[in-house]
Design a protein around this ligand. Structure first.
Ligand SMILES: CC(C)(COP(=O)(O)OP(=O)(O)OC[C@H]1O[C@@H](n2cnc3c(N)ncnc32)[C@H](O)[C@@H]1OP(=O)(O)O)[C@@H](O)C(=O)NCCC(=O)NCCS
Length: 320
């Protein structure tokens, strides 16, 4: 049996941190409103020269260091993003170039905030099927560049960043690695969360549009459901989970999902206060944060979960 084992994680944030109070000087909002409704206190915003590829490369380098592997040992790069540097080529190929490796597989996956879960699912399948031996799975975004900074209902919610993990295919591994994953999509609700532009429709990049309250309702229901599916497939009880690393969209979604599942709040990694919603980057950013601060350790049973535009949603259970 082949399993994809997590060897190391890394993350990167832009240099500039923007607090709620600073945002309140630009748009009609307050620190109190943002903290009470979302749990967000600050976010990082990419400056000139900082792009999805540059943040992804920094996160990837740190993940390789933590894993004890050289970038040239990587033969598969799967990068999740909805904010690529260019319409093409795939940002993954530019990360490959910046890392100084050539010839392996490199491509982008697009599932918005669920992007990292989709990228993990694709990389895990490819490693299991012998299409690579060591993978970098990256979630990286510069959502600040697709926000309507006049729209207070969305611009206060998002931030930029990147997170990465190194996965290695191990023959005969029975303990560690990705145990079970479930991914879903339902295009029916596009209008609730989308970008109003694109190369083939308007010929422009477009801006993010969202009906937050409706998204919230769907998120709690879909996430609780998919978490149940993964637990069932893995034959694991909710009490056995050491940590849940959720997509960091809103502290209230994290609380509501945990309550629905009967998970104690202490087992949920929360970084939305510091990073805001970084879309595909949020799960690997939170995972790296909790590994580096010593909360998540080797041997822990960890559930990753996310929901985003599309809608797309998914969860993955792994033993570190
Ligand atoms: C966006 C979200 C924080 C809004 O919270 P909410 O409690 O649903 O608030 P509402 O949208 O109903 O708005 C309530 C009021 O606050 C106002 N408001 C919205 N944004 C505001 C802001 N930044 N500052 C101050 N007031 C704001 C609204 O205009 C509205 O005013 P009204 O009652 O006079 O019309 C919340 O719905 C949410 O987090 N949804 C999920 C979003 C998400 O996770 N998306 C990503 C998924 S990947």
């Amino acid at each position: 049996m082949r399993r994809s084992v997590l060897l190391g994680t890394g993350s990167a944030l832009p240099a500039k941190c923007v607090t709620n109070a600073e945002l309140a000087e630009r748009v009609d909002t307050t620190d109190e409103w943002i903290v009470e409704r979302t749990g967000i206190r600050q976010r990082y915003i990419a400056g000139e020269g900082e792009t999805t590829a540059s943040l992804a490369t920094e996160a990837a380098r740190k993940a390789c260091e933590a894993a004890g592997v050289e970038p040239c040992d990587i033969d598969l790069i799967v990068l999740a993003t909805a904010t690529p540097d260019h319409t093409f080529p795939a940002t993954a190929t530019q990360v490959q170039k910046r890392l100084g490796c050539r010839g392996g597989i490199a491509f982008d996956v697009h599932a918005v905030c669920t992007g990292f879960l989709y990228a993990m699912g694709v990389a895990d399948s490819m490693l299991k099927n012998g299409l690579g031996s060591r993978a970098l799975v990256i979630g990286a975004e510069t959502f600040s560049r697709i926000l309507d900074w006049e729209d207070r209902t969305t611009c206060v919610l998002f931030g930029d960043g990147a997170g990465a993990v190194v996965l290695e295919a191990r023959e005969g591994e029975q303990e560690r690695g990705v145990i079970a994953s479930k991914l879903h999509a339902d295009g029916e609700h596009k209008e609730l969360l989308y970008v109003d532009g694109g190369p083939s429709s308007t010929g422009t990049v477009g801006k993010l549009r969202m009906k937050g309250r409706e998204v919230f309702r769907h998120a709690v229901v879909n996430l609780a459901e998919v978490l149940g599916e993964v637990l069932e497939e893995a034959g694991v009880a909710v009490e056995q989970i050491d940590w849940v690393v959720p997509h960091q969209a809103n502290a209230r979604i994290l609380d509501a999902t945990a309550r629905k599942l009967g998970l104690p709040a202490e087992k949920v990694v929360v970084t939305v206060d510091r990073h805001a919603n970084t879309s595909a980057a949020s799960v690997p950013l939170a995972l790296d944060t909790a590994i580096r601060d010593g909360r998540i350790k080797q041997g822990d049973l960890v559930m990753l979960e996310a929901m985003g535009g599309g809608f797309t949603w998914g969860a993955s259970l792994l033993k570190l």
